[in-house]
Structure formats: structure tokens, C-alpha cells
Design a protein around this ligand. Structure first.
Ligand code: AMP
Length: 397
């Protein structure tokens, strides 16, 4: 990845800066319930405001239909939270590129902030529509992107706009990129990658890419059952992707050829149904009953994975080990998170991929400083690890 053009190269004083942030935050009853993403953008926001920029912030939130305003996806709660965090007012525009946004952007004074309404209220955002890019460009003179979480999308606010205004990367963006690049290019060894989550089909490319980098690959979560099938085991009613069994078998073979250790669970917690009041038991992977499904890795696997992680110098983790949202099936994910915390304490460099793994460590009560880096991008960090070129980064080079 070439170098990004950084905001340090920009004198923003008196300039109207249109900045893409990732304020895709959860909201309940009009209040932001997790402000991690807003806080993550603060260093860049504060830097620009201290320089005297007139800041126009833009973000998406959730998945609105694209047919106009929808209360449940409004960014107004994010404006309120940002204003509390900054200790100063944040102007809010009730439209995206309409008259309210244009008028409020035009009347901003040095050091003032405006947040426009959810970009995805306009369906042209996701289409990277040229006319929509032009309208966004009218909101300012310079463009900054600090939304690593959407860097893998070629949308108007992440890609097209960068061709119309001088474009710079914010600190969050740069930090994510340099951290992930450093890990991939010069990992201290042993290097272990842990992959979980529901589907092999979603993670196959990252497994492929990490096979060339890591010394050990640990596979858990719903996708381990497709690998167990490839080893000829029976997996009962567990999540499985029959079409991917052959590919999983090839992965197992490739790992052996490359001398990469591929660790799969040795035991699993099975349940008779997907529910909190299900009957559960722990079995080895050779005795999964025909009528039960594996919903977490078992205690032996937890120990095996934890010990391997603690023995490593570089650790990257993406995807839960089980259905961690249900306390009965969260122990495997907790054990892996604890492994990263213990490895960090022992001097290893540990990265939690964004998305579900990041929310898992937070929801399970692990301290943020227990890890070297918790990525703010789920899909983006995954594509980065796959070695793909991210459109939102390419335009900032
Ligand atoms: P992903 O979005 O692919 O990272 O997958 C995350 C989801 O995988 C979480 O919602 C977990 O509940 C789910 N998951 C993890 N392990 C299992 C499993 N053994 N069976 C079904 N779903 C699982």
C-alpha cells in the first residue's frame, strides 16, 4: 500500500473541510448507546477545529431504504453525542445535500462543526453517483476521510468525492492502515491468526491470504464444521456449507504442505436447538450427535487455543468462536479474547478485527487497553487482510 496523503500536509485554517466519518453507531430511544466510533474520530476532528477549519461531517448510519428521511436511521443522536464529547455545539442539517445542508455549510464560522443527515437517505450515495458527488463537493473546499470502516466501499462519500476535492486521510484512517500493514509485512513470530464467525464462504479469502503469512491458523465458530466435515467427521445439525467442504479440504492440505499449523476445535458444546433453554452438552468432535448442533467450542479447545495464542508474538483475530450473543455459548469467544489479553500482557502485538469480534470483546467486558489494537472496521479490516485494494484508500494515496 502506497503512502496516504495525510492531513498533516493540510493547512485547514478558514477552510471548509468536508470530512467522511464513521458514525454508524447504535441508538436507543434517541440516545447513542455505544460512542466508540465517535470517539475514534475525535483526534482528527479536534486537530482540524484547532486549526480553525469549518468542518462539515458526513456519515451513514444503518441501512435505510435510500428513499429519504427515516427517523430510526437519523444521525441527530450522533450530533448530540459529538457535541457532548467536544463540549461545544454541533450544528445539524436535516437533509443530506439539500438546502438546509448547503445553507448551514455556507454559514459556518472558523472552528465550527456541522453534521449533515445520513448519507444513505439518498440512494445516490451507494451508487457513487457523479451528480451526488458534485453536490457533496459544494459543501466544502477540501475532503478528509477518516472512516476506515467504509474504506472497502466505493461510494460517493468514500470514493467519488475524492476526485473532486483535494483529498487527505485522517488520523484514524492512517493509524488503521499503518497498524495492519505493519502486522502483515513484519510480524514478530510466532504469528497466529484466529478466524471464526458463521461462514467459510465469507472467510475463505482471508484464510487463503493468511496462510502465506501466519505460522498457525486457528479456526472456530460456525465455519469450523465445514472443515470438520472435510476431515470426514459428522457434525449433526451444526451450521455447514456443503458446497465449501471440498475447498476446506484443500485448505487443510495446503496448510500441511506449507507447514502452517491449522488448529480446529477438539471438542464442542452442542445443543438440541438454537435457544437459551436448549439442552446442551460437551462432546468431542468425533461424537457430535446427529440431532444436535455445535454452538461453541468446548473447554479442551478453549485451553488449546488460549495456550497457542499466549505463546505467540503477533496475534490477529476475526470472528467469534461460538454464538457469543447467548451467554451459554460465549465461553469459547471469552477464552480467545482472554488469550489475546494475556498475550498482550506478555509483550505480544494483538489485533482484534472489527465488527463482531470488536463488539464481542466490549460486550463481554474486556478492557480496550487489554489489546494492542481494536480495529474500527469489520469488512474493511477483513478485506485489508485479504490483500485487496480498498477503494476508499486508493483515492487517498
Ligand atoms: P460473522 O459475521 O461471519 O463474523 O459471524 C458472526 C456470527 O457467527 C455471530 O453472530 C455468531 O453468533 C455466529 N456464530 C458463531 N459460531 C456459530 C456456530 N457454531 N453456529 C452458528 N452461528 C455461529
Amino acid at each position: 500500500m502506497a503512502d496516504l496523503k495525510m492531513i498533516d500536509q493540510l493547512d485547514a485554517s478558514g477552510k471548509r473541510v468536508v470530512m467522511r466519518v464513521d458514525f454508524n453507531v447504535p441508538v436507543k430511544d434517541g440516545v447513542v448507546t455505544d460512542d466508540t466510533r465517535i470517539k475514534a474520530a475525535l483526534p482528527t476532528i479536534k486537530h482540524l477545529l484547532e486549526q480553525g477549519a469549518r468542518l462539515v461531517l458526513m456519515s451513514h448510519r444503518g441501512r435505510p431504504s435510500g428513499e429519504g428521511f427515516e427517523e430510526e436511521f437519523s444521525l441527530r443522536p450522533a450530533a448530540l453525542r459529538l457535541s457532548e464529547l467536544l463540549g461545544s455545539p454541533v450544528v445539524f442539517a436535516t437533509d443530506v445535500v439539500g438546502p438546509d445542508a448547503q445553507a448551514k455549510a455556507a454559514s459556518l464560522k472558523d472552528g465550527q462543526v456541522l453534521l449533515i443527515e445520513n448519507l444513505r437517505f439518498d440512494k445516490r450515495e451507494k451508487k457513487n453517483d457523479p451528480a451526488f458527488c458534485e453536490e457533496l463537493a459544494k459543501l466544502g473546499e477540501v475532503y478528509v476521510n477518516d472512516a476506515f470502516g467504509t474504506a472497502h466501499r466505493a461510494h460517493a462519500s468514500t470514493a467519488g468525492l475524492a476526485n473532486l476535492l483535494p483529498a487527505y486521510a485522517g488520523y484514524l484512517m492512517a493509524n488503521e492502515v499503518s497498524t495492519l500493514t505493519g502486522m502483515l509485512d513484519q510480524p514478530k513470530r510466532p504469528f497466529v491468526a484466529i478466524l471464526g464467525g458463521s461462514k467459510v464462504s465469507d472467510k475463505i479469502q482471508v484464510i487463503d491470504a493468511l496462510m502465506d503469512k501466519a505460522d498457525t491458523l486457528i479456526i472456530g465458530g460456525g465455519m469450523c464444521f465445514t472443515f470438520l466435515l472435510a476431515q470426514g467427521k459428522k457434525v449433526g445439525t451444526s451450521l455447514k456449507e456443503e458446497d465449501w467442504v471440498e475447498r476446506a479440504g484443500e485448505m487443510i492440505k495446503r496448510a500441511a504442505e506449507k507447514d502452517v499449523k491449522l488448529l480446529l476445535p477438539v471438542d464442542v458444546v452442542v445443543a438440541d436447538k438454537f435457544a437459551e433453554d436448549a439442552n446442551t452438552k460437551t462432546v468431542t468432535v468425533d461424537e457430535i450427535p446427529d440431532d444436535m448442533m455445535g454452538l461453541d467450542i468446548g473447554p479442551e479447545s478453549q485451553k488449546l487455543f488460549h495456550d497457542k495464542i499466549v505463546d505467540s508474538k503477533t496475534v490477529v483475530w476475526n470472528g467469534p468462536m461460538g454464538v457469543f450473543e447467548v451467554p451459554e455459548f460465549a465461553a469459547g469467544t471469552k477464552a480467545v479474547a482472554q488469550g489475546l489479553v494475556d498475550a498482550t500482557a506478555a509483550g505480544a502485538f494483538t489485533i482484534v478485527g472489527g465488527g463482531d469480534s470488536a463488539s464481542a470483546v466490549r460486550n463481554l467486558g474486556f478492557p480496550e487497553d487489554g489489546f494492542s489494537h481494536i480495529s474500527t472496521g469489520g469488512g474493511a479490516s477483513l478485506e485489508f487482510l485479504e490483500g485487496k485494494e480498498l477503494p476508499g484508500l486508493k483515492v487517498l494515496e
